[in-house]
Design a protein around this ligand. Structure first.
Ligand code: PRP
Length: 182
């Protein structure tokens, strides 16, 4: 039987460390967005786990909506082209928007999405990312809240994939290079 853990080099962030940080972010948002009914905009697929935990750590009313964007295909390097596969259902004009991402890596995806959303006239637009990998930045992105800064390693788990696998590992782990170099 093949176990996903066999393909993992080591755990970078445990489920407990992640939950603690998500709880802190939830408290900050509950304070800053009380009476603002923010919309949490999540960029699928990677952010679905973070969004699910974050929205339950927020104690004030909020709504959620989803976009799907992709710049990676099945590989490990950004193609530099951002494809919007699914746009929001919500009209964000005049709304307080928090974009919720799993990782900012090259920044290509998020710089494109933040520019696009800003043009729609939200009351405010801010960005929360669970992971920030500054070593790989190509495009500038203003990040308002960062869960953790991470090293330049290929990460999987807690929503992050390699070729659509490993999203269901509860921790954030470093993938063995031989898995993606094979
Ligand atoms: C990942 C991640 C971000 C983006 C960040 O998505 O969820 O959206 O890459 O990388 P960047 O800063 O280099 O643009 P991906 O395109 O892999 O799709 P997924 O979320 O469906 O896994």
């Amino acid at each position: 039987m093949s176990d996903m853990r066999d393909q993992v080099e080591r755990t970078l962030l445990t489920q407990a460390q992640i939950q603690k940080r998500v709880g802190e972010l939830g408290q900050i948002f509950s304070r800053e967005y009380a009476d603002k009914n923010p919309v949490l905009v999540s960029v699928l697929k990677g952010a679905f786990v973070f969004l699910a935990d974050l929205c339950r750590a927020i104690s004030v009313p909020c709504s959620v909506d989803f976009m799907i964007a992709s710049s990676y295909g099945a590989g490990t390097e950004t193609s530099g082209q951002v494809k919007i596969i699914k746009d929001l259902d919500t009209d964000i004009r005049g709304r307080h928007v928090i974009v919720v991402e799993d990782i900012v890596d090259s920044g290509v995806t998020l710089s494109h999405i933040m520019d696009m959303l800003q043009k729609r006239g939200p009351a405010s637009l801010r960005l929360a990312t669970l992971l920030d990998k500054p070593a790989r930045r190509q495009a500038h992105v203003d990040i308002d809240w960062i869960g953790f800064q991470v090293p330049d390693a290929f990460l999987v788990g807690y929503g992050l994939d390699y070729a659509e696998k490993y999203r269901n590992i509860p921790d954030i782990c470093i993938l063995k290079p031989e898995v993606y170099q094979a």
